[in-house]
Design a protein around this ligand. Structure first.
Ligand code: NI
Length: 472
């Protein structure tokens, strides 16, 4: 990387030398100041490390009274590159307007051969499978009086490289984009160390959906990446803070087919497993399981019975508050293969009503009792239908060691969905062991919907059965 920068600098220096018609000594000062700017830029340039697209262009210059050391990408896509050049020109122009000396100071400043202000720029580029380029430009300034600014304004741009065109951010933000980002960010930063101990007291106002923090984003393989400028939420020593929100968490529920947008979903290589708990909520055992998940910052999926949601609404609310997925397991555990379509519709409606009352929304998904929902009946369930791929038989053994052994004997658990029941002390006990154990094995504990999105690059589809073979 160092070598490339030096080469690029030499190239620019050569061009400047050959084009400039000024006297030899002026060239020397210009080239000297430009080189100084590049040297001072190195520390700033070290901070940006993600370069998934293009080659860096280094531009350095000193043209009284301003110096520049800018790095930005050349992608090889002509329209995209022209747009990047014009964005850089706009940012340079804004910088010059800001630091232009006023008339009185002009004469004195211009006698000096020192720049009154230097502009630094660096970049990061992110590429998704869908050939979506997210470009971040980081700028900062330095003045003789105040030194290097502690602020690093960040600018985000998006390009569709297949079409070679820029896409305005607004066109990429699906329904509830900023709202979901706001909810997730507040929950994450107030429940995760060290952020929860350092976050400014008025974070809720600062992180409101329409306060501007969530319009500037990057699409990555893992999710939507947000940057929070230095001093915006945390003390300055924490610098710029970043947070990647999984795509699944950026949607409150499965979007209807007509409001679906082509988000850049892509399949992750990260190891993931989904723990699922049926038949609750139970005020004792479900809460013990939630204590474990909260302690280890893990998520699971709960398939709750409508009648128990009505009875223990606070437990279901806590499931949702901890970022877990809350799905339906029917109203009262009926065997759907024995129900008429009318009875299924009535069960779905009744369960949906209690979810609306308690959580303000429908269940995210459905797990049929006994795994029974044949193809002629699935059309009556307006939710993704999730089965499992690992059965712990916890309802039968009622023994934590036996449950743990059922999980361990599978070996590779990546992409698997584990069936448990949230109503037994033995299952809660097994959970207390399994959660940290699985994390130590390198697994991220995710919800079933997150797993479908991250492992299969798919938006969960209503009335579709995701079964044993899918979760392998
Ligand atoms: Ni059940």
């Amino acid at each position: 990387m160092k070598k490339k920068r030096t080469l690029a600098f030499l190239l620019i220096f050569t061009i400047l030398t050959s084009l400039c018609g000024c006297s030899a000594s002026a060239i020397t000062i210009r080239e000297k100041r430009a080189a100084e700017a590049v040297t001072r830029a190195e520390a700033f340039w070290e901070k940006q490390t993600v370069r998934q697209v293009g080659e860096p262009v280094v531009f350095s210059d000193y043209e009284k009274p301003f110096a520049y050391a800018l790095q930005y990408p050349k992608t090889g896509y002509p329209v995209t590159d022209a747009r990047i050049e014009s964005i850089v020109a706009e940012l340079r122009n804004a910088f010059e307007q800001e630091y232009l000396p006023d008339e009185n100071a002009k004469g004195e400043k211009q006698r000096s051969s020192q720049p009154i202000a230097t502009m630094y720029m660096d970049y990061e580029t992110y590429l998704t499978d869908e050939n979506h380029l997210s470009l971040l430009l980081f700028t900062t300034t330095e003045t003789a009086a105040e030194g290097m600014s502690p602020h690093t304004p960040i600018h985000a741009f998006h390009f569709d490289l297949t079409e070679d065109k820029e896409i305005p951010a607004a066109e990429l933000m699906w329904k509830d984009f900023t709202k979901n980002a706001s909810i997730y960010t507040q929950k994450y930063f107030t429940s995760t160390e060290p952020y929860n101990k350092r976050i400014f007291g008025d974070y809720a106002t600062r992180l409101a959906p329409d306060n501007g923090y969530f319009d500037r984003f990057v699409f990555t393989e893992e999710g939507v990446l947000f940057h929070f400028d230095r001093y915006s939420l945390f003390p300055g020593d924490m610098g710029t803070v970043t947070l990647t929100i999984p795509y699944a968490a950026m949607r409150t529920k499965t979007p209807a087919a007509d409001e679906r947008v082509d988000a850049p979903f892509s399949v992750t290589g990260k190891k993931m497993v989904a723990l699922t708990y049926d038949d609750g909520p139970n005020p004792v055992h479900t809460n013990a399981i939630l204590d474990v998940l909260e302690k280890h910052n893990a998520r699971a999926t709960f398939f709750d019975l409508g009648q128990l949601v009505e009875k223990y609404p606070d437990v279901t609310k806590r499931e949702a508050a901890l970022g877990c997925e809350v799905g339906s397991h029917s109203w009262d555990h009926a065997n759907f293969n024995k129900l008429t379509p009318e009875a299924i519709k009535a069960d779905v409606a009744r369960t949906d009503a209690v979810f609306q009352k308690v959580l303000g929304r429908s269940p995210s998904s459905f797990r049929p009792p006994y795994g029974n929902c044949d193809n002629s009946r699935k059309g009556y369930i307006p939710l993704p239908i999730y089965l499992w791929s690992v059965d712990t038989l916890d309802w039968k053994s009622r023994n934590a060691d036996a449950i743990i052994n059922e999980v361990k004997k599978i070996g590779d658990l990546d992409g698997k969905v584990i069936l448990l029941h949230g109503i037994y002390g033995s299952t809660a006990e097994a959970t207390a062991y399994l959660v940290p154990y699985l994390q130590e094995q390198g697994y991220e504990l995710v919800t079933v919907s997150e797993l479908v999105e991250a492992k299969h690059g798919e938006v969960p589809e209503n009335s579709k059965i995701y079964g044993y073979h899918y979760f392998q």
